[in-house]
Design a protein around this ligand. Sequence first.
Ligand SMILES: Nc1ncnc2c1ncn2[C@@H]1O[C@H](COP(=O)(O)OP(=O)(O)O)[C@@H](O)[C@H]1O
Ligand SMILES: [Mg+2]
Length: 575
Amino acid sequence: MGSYKRLLLFVKPYGFTLAFGLICMIVAAAAYLIVPWLIKDVVNKVLQAKDLATLNLIVIAILAVFLVRGFATYGQTYTMQYVGQRVIIDLRETLFKHLQKLDQAYFDRRQTGVIMSNLTNDVGALQSAIVDNLIAMITEGVTLIGSLVSMIVLDWRLTLVTLIIVPVVLGIINIFGKRLRLAGHDVQGRIADITALLQETVSGMRIVRSFARENYEVKRFENVNQENFQAVMKATRLTSLLSPMVEFSAAIAVAVILWYGGYSVVKGMISAGALIAFLIYAINLSNPVKRLSQVYGNIQKAMAAGDRVFAILDTQPTVKEKADAITLPEVKGRVKFDHVSFSYDGEKNALHEMDLDIPAGSMTAIVGPSGAGKTTIANLIPRFYDVTGGTLYVDDYDVRDVTFASLRGQIGVVPQETVLFNASVKQNILYGRLDASDEEVYAAAKAANALEFIERMPLGMETIIGERGNALSGGQRQRISIARAILKDPKILILDEATSALDTESEKLVQEALDRLLKNRTAIVIAHRLSTIKDADRIVVLQQGRIEEIGTHEELMQHGGTYKHLYSIQFASKG
Ligand SMILES: Nc1ncnc2c1ncn2[C@@H]1O[C@H](COP(=O)(O)OP(=O)(O)O)[C@@H](O)[C@H]1O
Ligand SMILES: [Mg+2]
């Protein structure tokens, strides 16, 4: 019920509207409850006393009652939908804002589909909990209580008889239903036995043969087959008994109530009209009982959805901005790993006490086999994750001491898999810096070798590219993402295998664009193809989270270690 209370907090701002809706519900339900009283008068005053004037009055009253009920129903549905939808909008927005704050680790651990289902299906389930269930609860609650009170007022003795006989009948039906369910389980079990035996003997036919146990197996099969038959027949006996039993029990209840009611009318304890009104209430009593028990189940289900939704809101990001975080001033671009260790799961280290000092304005290449920890290095600098040991500095600032915006605002990342949003080319480039002018966007596109193909598209810069940039080739997408980075003009740039998914032709265009992008900044280039990083100021060879070799291309070639080995393999395959 914790979730329900928290949901109520979201409903609170709309308390006034909700109250109006509740009044409408009560009016609508009450209007319905009046009808049997009018029918009582029809019987007593019109049919028996032959009073036509009252008939006119009653007809007018019935129309008036349903007119009021119509307005109230309209008001109830409209206001409840309004409140429900407002709550959902607020809740979804709160969730979305919270998701923006959660760290990368949260998204790594979850499937996109699950998070999406939380924001759509689960939130939707909560909406129906608010709207449908609240309406049902209030309306049926009022109907139930109103009917009972009316019945007591009409004839309390008859009410007492009804309230005793009906639960007894329901109880009998229930006991029967339970036995039926058990019998159903039994049938399922017997069928499973047959299947298991079949599977066993068919797949073990060679064994059966080799031991000449065919007759034994046939005997076994006859047994389970027979048991299955008996179980089915037992269930059938119960099922075929159930419906006559239910009907007969109901008939007993009706007979008792009808006998006592008729007796009361004959003895003058109650009028004929009152008995009819009473019976109408009694028959309609089953509806609210049924609906209320459904509502209970629905609320349980909705609360499970609520638990999932609130679990997201309760998740705290592990990578957090300090309360007294300072704004990182414009940096020169030095990046320093000081004994940095990192583990994704708290067990296995992806980086081991790594020391690496990258001077401002230099280009550092990182190479190494898959799983060596290259992307991990790229993840730590913009604080997608926090180091688990040591310190990571940008200029002389511990990255944990500065605000996210000021840190990430000065770091550009071009990953292997570019994400383009479902928007125009221009908007996608503008993502790098929202206040850039048109000229700047064009200049960036040009520098990224992207302008030419953009202008060949039907609407040029205004062409909408799909959510995954569908209509574009990998190289084109990559160049748009480079234009984005050029526009952002970060002091520190990280390329994580930015060209490894491209064919040689687009790689040339992309590489040219990258070379322009890399100028005048600290560049950390993670690359597969060693030919692209020969000119780096320093090349780091990473192995299992440790730096194995470090130096310029010439130095490493001379050293004759892993780098030289990798290089000669790639060179050989190229040549
Ligand atoms: N999100 C993650 N959760 C858990 N382990 C991860 C995650 N990402 C990477 N790893 C592990 O960390 C190690 C380094 O990975 P990574 O930095 O992606 O390597 P590289 O980029 O060099 O291929 C690998 O052992 C990898 O399995
Ligand atoms: Mg990687």
